[in-house]
Design a protein around this ligand. Structure first.
Ligand SMILES: Nc1ncnc2c1ncn2[C@@H]1O[C@H](COP(=O)(O)O)[C@@H](OP(=O)(O)O)[C@H]1O
Ligand SMILES: [Mg+2]
Ligand SMILES: [Mg+2]
Ligand SMILES: [Mg+2]
Length: 409
C-alpha cells in the first residue's frame, strides 16, 4: 500500500527545487530578452553603417542614395565642362575637354565613396599618372573640381564636402585602381561613358555600380543630355542644345530586388523619383533597337541582320554610352545589341555594371551573345563574355536565337 506523502517528505522538497529552478530559468530569459532588445535598438540607430556590412538588413538603401547623390554632383562638373569647353572641339581633334571631365568626375565620385564606405574597393576607368606629368592640366582640373558643390549644403557634406587640395585630388583619382574580382564590395566607375558622344555634343553618361561578390547589386547613371520626358524622340545628338534647360537631365538608379527608378537631375537634393520599366512588346517585329553610334564599338551590319531576321523594320535609335541601357529600361526602345567587331575585345566592367542592374530591375535580361549573364567577377574586364544583348524578359530567347543564327554560333 502506498502511504500519502507529507509536506516534509523527500518528494515535497523536490517540488520546491523544481519551482526554484523554473524561477531561475524565467529570470534568465527575461534578462536575455532585455539585452537583445537594447542591442537591437542600438543597431537601428546605427542602421545606415550597419546595413553596409549586412545588406540583408536594409538592402542597399544607403548605397543607392550615396551613388545617386555622387553621380548627381559629378554631373554638375561634366555639364560645366560640356557647355564651356567641349562643344565643337571634335573638328580640332582636341580631346582635353573630355579628359578634364573624366578626371574631375572620377575624383568627386571616389571622394564620396571613400567618405561613406571607406573599406570598399573601386574599379575606376581613369588613373592619374598622366595627370601628374601634366601640371597645367592638373591645375586646370583642380580649379574646376574645388568649386563643384551641390546647392544643398547638407547633401554636399554627406559626400565629403570640398576636396582639401590638388595633391589629394590626384591621390583620390588613383584609388580607382582595384583589380576587381569575385569577392567583396567593389564599385565600378565610368566617370564619363560615351566620350565620343560627349565630344560630338550628344549623349554621354556618368555611371556607378556596386558589385558584391561578383554580382551587381546597385547602379546609378546620370544622363545630363537625355530628355526628362520618357516619350520624347531621341537620337545621337538630341538633348544638348540648351544649357540649364529643365527638359533634359535624368538620374536613373536600381537596387537588386527593389526595381528601377528615374528622376530629373537636380543641382541640390534628389528630386522625387518614379518607378520605370521596359515596354511590353507583344510582337517582336514591332520592337525598336537601341544601338551605339561608333562603328568600332559594335558590328552594325550584324545588328541589322539580326533586326531583319526578327522582322524589325523601325529604324534603330542610335545613342552613345549607357544611355542605351537607360532608354530601354524606360521603354524608349526595346533591344540593345552590342555585337562584337573584334571577337577578342574584352568589355570593361565600368561600361556595363550600372546598366546591367538597371535593365534587369526594369524587367529585362542582359547577357552576352551566347545568352550567358554578364560575369562581373573576372576582374576589370568581362573576360568571360563576348558582346552584349539586352531586351525584355519575354523577348530575350528569341533575340539570342537570332544573334546565334546571324553570327553562326
Ligand atoms: N572595340 C571596342 N568594342 C567595344 N567597346 C569599346 C571598344 N573600344 C572602346 N570601347 C568602349 O566603348 C565605350 C563607349 O560605348 P558606346 O559606343 O556604347 O558609347 C567606351 O567607353 P568610354 O567612352 O567611357 O571610354 C569604351 O570603353
Ligand atoms: Mg565607358
Ligand atoms: Mg569613360
Ligand atoms: Mg574610355
Amino acid at each position: 500500500m502506498i502511504s500519502p506523502s507529507r509536506p516534509d517528505s523527500p518528494s515535497s522538497s523536490s517540488n520546491w527545487l523544481r519551482v526554484l529552478s523554473r524561477l531561475v530559468i524565467c529570470s534568465t530569459l527575461i534578462l536575455a530578452l532585455s539585452v537583445a532588445l537594447k542591442t537591437r535598438s542600438r543597431l537601428s540607430l546605427l542602421l545606415p553603417s550597419f546595413s553596409s556590412q549586412h545588406p540583408a538588413v536594409m538592402s542597399y538603401q544607403q548605397e543607392r542614395y550615396i551613388a545617386e547623390l555622387a553621380v548627381q554632383r559629378a554631373c554638375l562638373l561634366t555639364q560645366k565642362v560640356f557647355f564651356e569647353k567641349a562643344k565643337g572641339t571634335v573638328s580640332k581633334d582636341d580631346k582635353s575637354p573630355v579628359t578634364i571631365g573624366d578626371f574631375g568626375a572620377q575624383a568627386l565620385i571616389i571622394q564620396a565613396i571613400r567618405k561613406n564606405f571607406p573599406n570598399d574597393e573601386i574599379v575606376g576607368e581613369e588613373e592619374a599618372s598622366s595627370l601628374r606629368a601634366d601640371k597645367d592640366l592638373s591645375a586646370e582640373i583642380w580649379r574646376l573640381v574645388k568649386d563643384i558643390k551641390l546647392e544643398d549644403a547638407e547633401s554636399d557634406k554627406v559626400l565629403g564636402g570640398p576636396l582639401p587640395s590638388e595633391e589629394s585630388m590626384l591621390d583620390i583619382i588613383d584609388q580607382g585602381n582595384s583589380a576587381g574580382g569575385p569577392k567583396g564590395r567593389i564599385w565600378a566607375l565610368d566617370p564619363i561613358d560615351g566620350t565620343k558622344g560627349f565630344l560630338r555634343g550628344g549623349q554621354y553618361a556618368v555611371c556607378l555600380g556596386l558589385i558584391v561578390d561578383g554580382d551587381v547589386k546597385v547602379g546609378a547613371i546620370g544622363t545630363p543630355n537625355l530628355p526628362v520626358d520618357d516619350n520624347a524622340t531621341i537620337n545621337a545628338s538630341t538633348g544638348a542644345q540648351q544649357e540649364g534647360s529643365s527638359a533634359n537631365g535624368v538620374l536613373f538608379s536600381a537596387v537588386e530586388g527593389e526595381g528601377a527608378t528615374s528622376r530629373p537631375l537636380s543641382n541640390g537634393t534628389l528630386a522625387p523619383s518614379k518607378s520605370i520599366s521596359m515596354r511590353p512588346v507583344g510582337n517582336i517585329a514591332e520592337a525598336v533597337f537601341c544601338e551605339g553610334v561608333e562603328a568600332a564599338h559594335s558590328a552594325q551590319g550584324d545588328n541589322a541582320a539580326v533586326a531583319e531576321r526578327l522582322g524589325i523594320t523601325a529604324p534603330s535609335v542610335r545613342l552613345d554610352s549607357q544611355a542605351k541601357y537607360c532608354s530601354i529600361a524606360r521603354g524608349a526602345g526595346d533591344i540593345y545589341l552590342r555585337l562584337p567587331v573584334k571577337k577578342d575585345y574584352q568589355e570593361k566592367i565600368w561600361d556595363h555594371a550600372a546598366g546591367d542592374i538597371l535593365v534587369r530591375e526594369a524587367g529585362g535580361q542582359v547577357t552576352d551573345i551566347y545568352g550567358n549573364r554578364l560575369d562581373f567577377s573576372k576582374g576589370r574586364t568581362l573576360a568571360a563574355n563576348t558582346g552584349v544583348v539586352a531586351s525584355p524578359n519575354a523577348l530575350q530567347d528569341q533575340v539570342i536565337a537570332a544573334v546565334k543564327a546571324v553570327l553562326k554560333l
